[in-house]
Design a protein around this ligand. Structure first.
Ligand code: NAP
Ligand code: HSE
Length: 432
C-alpha cells in the first residue's frame, strides 16, 4: 500500500503539532484514508534550531523547491506564515499539482480567491480550516453543516491572544504588557503581536467568515477595525458595573442584500453566550434564518488544537484523492458585494465623558442626543477627585453609526465637555 507523502512548510508551533498528530494518530488516519501518511520533507529557516518534536535530520531543508518541485510529494501543508513569499510558494506548488492545506489567514484574507481559482484550474484542493478560530471546525460548519440555511449574523471571538489579555485584565486586574508577554510565551500571539492587539488578525478571520457565511466576496478593506490597546482599567470597571463584559468582537451582519463587517472592542451583555468565552478560547455565534442561534466554541490557538484542524483538512484532501474529486469543492461567491452605508449600521453605544461639573452641562449634552433622536438606556454621573469635573457614563439605545459620529463630533466641540474618554459598541440586552 503506497503511502501519501506530505511536504511541510514550517515546523514551529503549528508545524510541530502537525507532525505529532500525524505520528500519534497514524492508525486512525490509515483507517480513514486506507494508506499510511508520511512526512517527506520539512522547510525551516534554521537547520540547527532545537525543535518541539523529534524529526530525522534528513527531513529538514531550507530550500522550498525540495518540497514544491518534489514529484514524490502529493500534499503541501503550509504552516510557515507570512504573505508574499508564501503566496509564491503556494502558486508554484499548485502549478505542480500539489494539494494545499494552510493555516494562514493573512494569506487567505488577501490572496484567497487567486489561490482558490488556481487550485480549481489544476484540480487541486486548497483547504484552510485552521486559518479561523484554530481548533473549531467553523468553516466546514458554515459551508457544509449550515449549507441549507441563510446566515444573517455572525459574531466571533476569533483572536485568542486578545481574549486571553482581556480576560486576565478584567478578571484579575493583570497589566496589559505582562499578559501580552504570557500570550507570546504560550505560542498564541502572531510573530508580530501588533496584528493581534490592533484587531487585524481578527479582521482577516472575519473577512474569511463573512465571505463563506454570506457567499459574498468580502475583502480585508471592507472590515472596519479597532484593537484593544486603548482599553483602560476604568472602562473595564464600568463595563462590569453596568452588567457587561468587554470582548474584542467581530461582527458580520446581513440585512436584506447588504452587509456590515467590523472588529471592535465591544461591551457584551453578560447574558450573551459569547460573554462567558474566556482565556484563549474562541467562539463563533451564528444566526441562521431557519436554524436560529448556534454557537461554536473551542481553543482558538495553540499547537495541537490548530494542528487538529490542519490534519483534518489533510484527511479531507486524502479522501478526495481516493474518490478522484479533488478541486471540486471550492466555494464560489453567489452574490455581488453590497456594503451598508453608515446610516444603515445600527448599534447601541457606551460613552464615557469628562465634563465640567456646572449647571446646564448635562442638559447641553442630552440635547445633542435628542437632536439626532437618540435616547439612553443607562446613565451614571459621578464626581471625580479632581474638583469641578464629573464623569458621565452612558449607554444609548440603538443609533445609526452616522448619527452617533455626528453626536461625538458635536460633543467634542462643547465647552462643558473636557474630554471624550472612551466609546465602545454595545451588543445584547439583559435577556441577550
Ligand atoms: P511559528 O511558530 O513562527 O513557525 C513558523 C515556522 O515556519 C518555523 O518553523 C520557521 O522556521 C518556518 N519559517 C518561517 N518563515 C520561513 C521562511 N521564510 N523560510 C523557511 N521557513 C520559514 O508560527 P506558527 O505559530 O506555527 O504559525 C504558523 C501559521 O499558522 C501562521 O500563518 C499563523 O498565523 C497560523 N496559525 C497559528 C496559530 C497558533 O496558535 N500559533 C493558530 C492558527 C493559525 P524556523 O523554525 O527555522 O525559524
Ligand atoms: N494569534 C492568533 C490568535 C493565532 O491569538 O488567535 C490563531 O490564529
Amino acid at each position: 500500500m503506497e503511502a501519501i507523502s506530505i511536504g511541510l512548510l514550517g515546523l514551529g508551533t503549528v508545524g510541530s503539532g502537525v507532525v505529532k498528530i500525524i505520528e500519534n494518530h497514524q492508525d486512525k488516519l490509515m483507517h480513514q484514508v486506507g494508506c499510511p501518511v508520511q512526512v517527506k520533507k520539512i522547510l525551516v529557516q534554521d537547520l540547527e534550531k532545537q525543535r518541539e518534536v523529534f524529526v530525522r535530520e534528513e527531513l529538514l531543508t531550507t530550500k522550498a523547491e525540495d518540497i514544491i518541485h518534489n514529484p514524490e510529494i502529493d500534499i503541501v501543508i503550509e504552516v510557515m506564515g507570512g504573505v508574499e513569499e508564501t503566496r509564491k510558494h503556494l502558486l508554484e506548488a499548485l502549478k505542480n499539482k500539489k494539494h494545499i492545506v494552510t493555516a494562514n489567514k493573512d494569506l487567505m484574507a488577501v490572496y484567497g480567491s487567486e489561490l482558490l481559482t488556481l487550485a480549481s484550474e489544476n484540480n487541486c484542493d486548497l483547504f484552510y480550516e485552521a486559518s479561523v478560530a484554530g481548533g473549531i471546525p467553523i468553516l466546514r460548519s458554515l459551508v457544509d453543516g449550515l449549507a441549507s440555511d441563510r446566515i444573517t449574523k455572525m459574531m466571533g471571538i476569533v483572536n485568542g491572544t486578545t481574549n486571553y489579555i482581556l480576560t486576565k485584565m478584567s478578571k484579575y486586574g493583570n497589566a496589559y504588557e505582562d499578559v501580552l508577554k504570557e500570550a507570546q510565551q504560550l505560542g498564541y500571539a502572531e510573530a508580530d503581536p501588533t496584528s493581534d492587539v490592533e484587531g487585524l488578525d481578527a479582521a482577516r478571520k472575519m473577512a474569511i467568515l463573512a465571505t463563506l457565511g454570506f457567499s459574498m466576496k468580502i475583502d480585508l478593506d471592507d472590515v472596519e477595525v479597532q484593537g484593544i490597546t486603548h482599553i483602560s482599567e476604568e472602562d473595564l470597571d464600568y463595563s462590569k458595573q453596568l452588567g457587561y463584559t468587554m470582548k474584542l468582537i467581530g461582527i458580520a451582519h446581513r440585512e436584506g442584500e447588504k452587509v456590515e463587517v467590523s472588529v471592535q472592542p465591544t461591551l457584551l451583555s453578560n447574558a450573551h453566550p459569547l460573554a462567558s468565552v474566556n482565556d484563549v478560547y474562541n467562539a463563533v455565534y451564528v444566526y441562521g434564518e431557519a436554524v436560529g442561534e448556534t454557537m461554536f466554541y473551542g481553543p482558538g490557538a495553540g499547537s495541537l488544537p490548530t494542528a487538529t484542524a490542519v490534519v483534518s483538512d489533510l484527511v479531507g484532501v486524502m479522501k478526495n484523492m481516493r474518490l478522484g474529486v479533488n478541486g471540486k469543492s471550492a466555494v464560489v461567491p453567489q452574490y455581488p458585494k453590497k456594503l451598508k452605508e453608515p446610516e444603515e449600521i445600527l448599534s447601541k453605544h457606551f460613552l464615557r465623558l469628562h465634563v465640567r461639573d456646572e449647571v446646564g452641562a448635562f442638559s447641553e449634552i442630552t440635547s445633542i442626543f435628542s437632536e439626532y433622536g437618540v435616547s439612553f438606556e443607562k446613565i451614571l454621573q459621578l464626581p471625580l477627585k479632581k474638583r469641578e469635573v464629573a464623569e458621565i457614563v452612558l449607554v444609548t439605545h440603538h443609533a445609526s453609526q452616522k448619527a452617533y459620529e455626528r453626536i461625538l463630533f458635536q460633543l467634542r466641540d462643547l465647552s462643558s465637555v473636557k474630554e471624550v474618554k472612551s466609546s465602545y459598541r454595545v451588543e445584547g440586552s439583559s435577556n441577550r
